[in-house]
Design a protein around this ligand. Sequence first.
Ligand SMILES: Nc1ncnc2c1ncn2[C@@H]1O[C@H](COP(=O)(O)OP(=O)(O)OP(=O)(O)O)[C@@H](O)[C@H]1O
Length: 612
Amino acid sequence: MRPVGSKYLLEEPLGRGATGTVWRARQREAAGAEAAVAGQPGETVAIKVLKEELAHDADVVMRFLRERSVLLRLTHPNIVRTRDLVVEGDLLALVMDLVDGPDLHRYLRDNGPFTPVAAALLTAQIADALAASHADGIVHRDLKPANVLLKSEAGQMHPMLTDFGIARLADSPGLTRTHEFVGTPAYVAPESAEGRPQTSAVDIYGAGILLYELVTGRPPFAGATALEVLHQHLSAEPRRPTTVPEPLWTVIERCLRKRPEERPSAENLARGLRVVAAGVGVHASPDQAEAALGVAALLAPDPEPTRVPGTGLHTLPGAGPATGDADPTQVLPSSAGTAPAGLPAGYDPNAATSVLPSTGLPASGAHGSGRTGDADPTQVLSAGSGPQGGGDPTRVMPPVPPGPPSAQPGQGDSPHPWQTQMRAARDRNEQTQYLDPGEDPLRRRPQRRPSPQPPQGYQQQPPQQQYAPQPPQQQYPPQRPPRRQPQPQPQPQRAPRYQQPPQPPQPQSRPQRYAPAPPPEPTPAPRREPRPPRQRSANPMRIPGLGCLKGCLFMIVVLIVGSWLVWEFTPLKDWVADGKNFWDAASDWITSVKDWLSSLGSDSGAGSGSGQ
Ligand SMILES: Nc1ncnc2c1ncn2[C@@H]1O[C@H](COP(=O)(O)OP(=O)(O)OP(=O)(O)O)[C@@H](O)[C@H]1O
């Protein structure tokens, strides 16, 4: 078990996606005031540990901190609650409520399509969640069955939308660059595929695709490659399957309009779906059936859709201006339709969250695995590799500053406010105690960078410079346009007439704003003492195979040579041996010593003999 911060212990991985790995985890102690939910020791939670390249991206880290209050206050009965955000070293993690149940993608694969009534009611709840988040200024941008978890409650399936804000966090210039989009090909709205400005209407498009898939078992647009699928989003009209009742088709068709401004608002979608569910069931009264047939009147668009900041800066080559008025039937370049080399056959359009380039790049092999280890992959395709692809799909691309750096508060000598926050967030977490690397999947990662040093000032990265991932504190993200101010709106609790029991009222807002801590003194990271070089023996001679004997031999040789030199080159030999050379004198001494020893032996022998 691996600790995350001081409050949580990772127990087992539940699944892996494009942005990270989700773990079942346990709370060690109650979280601090900065968490949305303090929790109890022993409580089980789910923790999404963001991928290393995200955690290393300064822009993502800053956004993680900046959006923490937004993510933490987003509460709705159909949204998986984010309880806490953890920054520990260079690890970023979202602590969520654990949902005990399959995700919708897996459920659909195992159980087949839903009835029209069930599909409409389930999607209505997802639309409720979208309405709440859109009202709070948050667009999901990656709505798909894999991001809907099915919580079992009193024998009912309760859809819970998850991964809120993740697309926004992952949509970093460092990872995606501006001419790409984040999303899953099968669920990507035409405007996202084209790089036009995105609004909350992209989620309605995703909901339409999801609804189609719920009643038919497959998404409406398929293809051998991700780009073929994108091509269809842009140009193909969905066909109504015979099993889909007309009122439900009306809703699907309106959600799948190419023009975002023609799609209904999330709130109207939810309302329309409930009317449809009431009117297409076997127990529907004539009035209800009549109302369902007139559902189109309920599907009014959102007059003020929530914008996704920073989108629509670039368009596809040949895709028209980024004005939102581009011809919705305009298609991707012709390279889009081909299946470039290296693409695995049987591309699963449902499975992948992608960062796709705008021009002919294939969907490469998936790398993730779902809870069951099946093909529930996510992929991040490399950008700018051209139609041939072949780039490292998870490559961290150089950040592209949108313009010349403007003087921002915090730039210069004093730390940026987000740096202060990040340092404070890191300080809150205790040092990780590491497990045996073989047991800890988090440690089986490529070489980690040295721990970031506290900032001393803002270093502007030259735009053309090859990007070497910088410690997060040393870079400031480009400034984004201000987000729409959240408007706390009471979510009307509808009384569903089917299956779903009324939802208990939820506390709507709990704005736990993250209070910036006073800037701590920049303390240099403790330097590790360099290890002394390993010595295999105390003897510096290193004569292989001789061990400690070599030292003795060395000393004997030194003594002999030294004695010889003294003997030969000083008057010593004349004083003590009448001018004999060294070797003659030495042999005389040895003979004398031997004689003396033998005389000692004979004396002791005679002594013992006389004693008897
Ligand atoms: N809060 C949660 N409780 C229980 N299980 C969860 C929770 N969140 C995610 N999971 C499980 O973890 C798996 C992986 O989640 P993740 O969000 O990373 O996958 P994904 O949606 O396929 O990824 P991505 O959207 O990044 O491509 C999911 O399939 C789901 O089964």
